[in-house]
Design a protein around this ligand. Structure first.
Ligand code: FAD
Ligand code: UQ1
Length: 433
């Protein structure tokens, strides 16, 4: 490649092509997205290659610890405590390209961003997350301008959940789960349990019908935990309707319209005094429109080593991928450790040898002081860290979720120092034997 590197020795070389004076930056390792997976990999790649060889493309000024939003929506944490400036998160010396990726061209090994920057790379890590689609529900997002409706799934709407919960008087409190893959599949029902607990605390529970309308045919995908959750639902008199998909919100009239996925003609209109919406979700449009996507639009990676199936210099992590496991930050942690090893070996022209087992986890918050800690692998087999039955509601696990996990995230995962609990699981279980 004919290139004139003005800043020799620095990662960012301006390359002048003969056809046009397009400014191009070049990095050995380019990371797309600065969320949980992008930050973790940026930090790990800095350690492996040196800061000057790494760049992260991320448009947002703020980085959010999304798992906290379950507790923010229930008034147990503040939204401010869930975010930090992206500038403070960037590994020092790593270049922050503060713009949105518009196009990835794996043939020319280049990326174009919204501000007109062209970046070439030797290796690419794609960590672009997934896309929320509130607009696929008729009446949204504009319905959020009305009270009584919220969603823990975005920073703009999470405090509206807490407002709706505090202002609940009597009637239906309705919770939805969409007909798409979602991140943290437990979160849509966690806020239902917290609502139940809050209404009991404030003496309003007897005036409330709490209704969970889910598109799924099950309450939770892993039987061991689903059995416990059904016990909780029965014990607390919560109503669960399966195969019900939210298609419209008439926020001015406080009505939610659901379709029955097993009987397409049948719709039900529910009047609500509180509505929590989990929006439909889908692949990131930048990936969907690129040669990197599988048929459904997700990043097409090898499930063992996270390398792209057709472009060996491209890797993926997190919610943007088609890894056949539940999309969580816990999964990102385990994936970051495997991807680190895969890349290390590939750079040495060796075959990756560490395999991702699909580890993922969902702390199912069932009240303001209890959690069922679901942990499982690709086969849906429980893979529990602690030597106790984690399907039982636990106060200790609530403390883990509310007080320990945020530290593990800010000081461990996003600094590339936390690769999931696997080593501790082995130790803890050994200790019990
Ligand atoms: P993200 O962290 O979402 O990062 C994607 C990044 O890509 C973002 O910073 C975004 O700005 C950036 N981006 C997008 N498009 C572009 C573009 N075109 N150009 C450049 N950058 C772009 N997980 C758990 O493990 N435990 C939990 O208890 C838990 N609870 C949750 C509760 C809620 C309410 C929510 C919403 C999520 C929860 N999660 C939980 C899931 C967890 O937050 C995600 O799975 C995790 O953040 C995924 O990391 P990621 O890097 O793949 O995506
Ligand atoms: C985890 O590693 C993680 O990422 C930091 C989470 O995201 C917030 C989690 O919710 C969980 C449960 C884990 C797994 C960690 C342990 C100690 C079980």
């Amino acid at each position: 490649m004919a290139a004139l590197c003005r800043y020799a020795g620095s990662g960012a070389c301006r390359l002048h092509t003969s056809s046009r004076a397009a400014a191009t930056q070049h990095y050995k390792m380019l990371v797309l997205g600065g969320g949980s997976g992008g930050m973790a990999m940026g930090a790990r790649m800095k350690r492996m290659l040196g800061a000057e060889n790494v760049a992260i493309v991320e448009p947002s000024e703020m980085h959010y610890y999304q798992p906290l939003w379950t507790l923010v929506g229930a008034g147990a944490k503040t939204v401010a405590s869930s975010g930090r400036p992206t500038s403070s998160m960037m590994p020092s010396g790593v270049k922050w390209v503060k713009s949105k990726v518009e196009e990835i061209n794996p043939e020319t090994k280049t990326v174009h961003t919204e501000d007109g920057t062209k970046i070439s790379y030797e290796y690419l890590i794609v960590a672009l997350g997934l896309q929320l689609h509130f607009e696929k529900i008729k009446g949204l997002p504009e319905g959020f301008e009305h009270p009584k409706i919220g969603s823990n799934y975005s920073v703009q709407t999470v405090e509206k959940t807490w407002m709706a919960l505090q202002n609940f008087e009597k009637g239906n409190a309705v919770f939805s789960f969409p007909n798409t893959p979602v991140k943290c599949a437990g979160a849509p029902q966690k806020i239902m349990y917290l609502t139940d607990a809050f209404l009991r605390k404030t003496g309003k529970r007897s005036k409330a019908n709490i209704i969970y309308n889910t598109s799924l045919p099950v309450l939770f995908g892993i039987k061991k935990y689903a059995d416990s959750l059904w016990d909780v639902v029965k014990e607390r008199d919560l109503k669960v309707n399966l195969r019900q998909n939210l298609i419209e919100v008439r926020a001015d009239k406080q009505e939610a319209v659901f379709e029955n996925l097993d009987k397409p003609e049948e719709t039900t209109v529910l009047e609500y005094d509180m509505l929590h919406v989990t929006p439909p979700m889908g692949p990131n449009p930048v990936i969907k429109g690129s040669p990197l996507a599988d048929e459904a639009g997700w990043l097409d990676v090898d499930k063992d080593n996270l390398q792209h199936k057709r472009y060996p210099n491209i890797f993926g992590i997190g919610d943007c991928t088609n890894l056949p496991t539940a999309k969580t930050a816990a999964a990102v942690a385990a994936q970051s450790a495997v991807l680190h090893q895969s890349i290390k070996r590939i750079l040495k022209k060796e075959k990756p040898d560490k395999k991702y087992d699909g580890y993922t986890s969902c702390p199912l918050v069932t009240s303001y002081n209890t959690v069922i800690l679901a942990e499982f692998d690709y086969n849906g087999q429980p893979l529990e860290t602690f030597p106790m039955n984690q399907a039982k509601e636990s106060r200790l696990m609530y403390h883990m979720k509310a007080d320990v996990m945020p530290h593990l995230y800010w000081h461990g995962l996003v600094r590339g120092l936390w690769g999931g609990p696997a080593p501790y699981r082995k130790l803890l279980h050994l200790g019990m034997k």
